[in-house]
Design a protein. Sequence first.
Length: 133
Amino acid sequence: MIRNLIIIVFGVFVLVSCSKDEQDKLFGKWQMQQVEENGVVQSVDTVYFNFEHSLFMYQIYMPSTSEYQFRYGYNTIAGDSILLEIVSNPAPVRDFLPLTDWTSDKRTYAIDKISGKQLILSSEGKKYTFRKF
């Protein structure tokens, strides 16, 4: 009985520790470098994912106007995946989605790799590679 309780407490501790560790590594601004789909790699340098604790900001640099389009939202890490959600702030999400490859205001990514310098996410058959900015 006590042995089982110790195992459960240890398991919860490990899960909480891993989530915090991933959150700490994720903290900051990440610049997308490439998107790979079906073996085809496309270079990207105008998209940024920003993480601060449970907050998220999706930024897109628009070279033609030298301005950024952005939306704020939230991130939730669960194991080796992350749920990103953007909200209608500062403008409706529906106006922002056509600038992205998202089909709704929420998207789940698998965290393939995260280090101090590189983040690799995958979702819906695509692999996204970021560098710490």
